[in-house]
Design a protein around this ligand. Structure first.
Ligand SMILES: [Zn+2]
Length: 159
């Protein structure tokens, strides 16, 4: 069983308590180890501006910034493969993490949106469910002539 490191817990400071609970409980049932990415918790406006400049983010309305309840409403995971932080993990690995997050979100009755498909993942019970959501997102983007913005490490609270 994996647990979040002190660094990861520090990175979650200021993030909504329900999201912290979900990240922690998802990691406990996850097949793959993961932590919280740098800038993967609460961000200031300044942080967000910097990430926009590098292309790491595309919005100044990020859920990582403080929301009206005073908390950040998003976190980014960082998979550890063979104890090595691996941002570019395969979609299989991310999908497996999504299933763990979905189970915990369901148990806590909190709706979570995932950046791999920008849709609610709560009903995902296996990796195939996650891939179906990703395919639907891609199809929708193509239909609307939009380039998909796939952000697999990203999870956010739904209103
Ligand atoms: Zn994010």
């Amino acid at each position: 069983m994996f647990t979040l490191s002190k660094v990861s817990l520090d990175r979650l400071k200021g993030v909504h308590p329900k999201l912290i609970e979900i990240a922690q409980s998802a990691l406990q049932i996850s097949t793959y180890d993961f932590g919280i990415a740098w800038m993967g918790g609460l961000r200031t406006e300044e942080d967000q501006r910097k990430l926009m400049k590098t292309g790491a983010s595309r919005t100044m309305k990020s859920k990582h910034m403080k929301q009206s309840d005073g908390y950040g409403h998003a976190f980014d995971v960082l998979p550890y493969l063979n104890n090595t932080p691996t941002v570019n993990a395969s979609s299989d690995i991310y999908s497996s993490i999504v299933v763990s997050v979905a189970k915990c979100a369901q148990a806590l009755n909190v709706k979570i949106k995932w950046g791999g498909c920008w849709a609610c993942i709560n009903t995902c019970r296996n990796v195939q469910d996650v891939k179906t959501l990703m395919e639907s997102y891609n199809t929708l983007c193509m239909k609307n002539g939009k380039k998909p913005f796939v952000d697999m490490p990203h999870f956010e609270l739904m209103p």
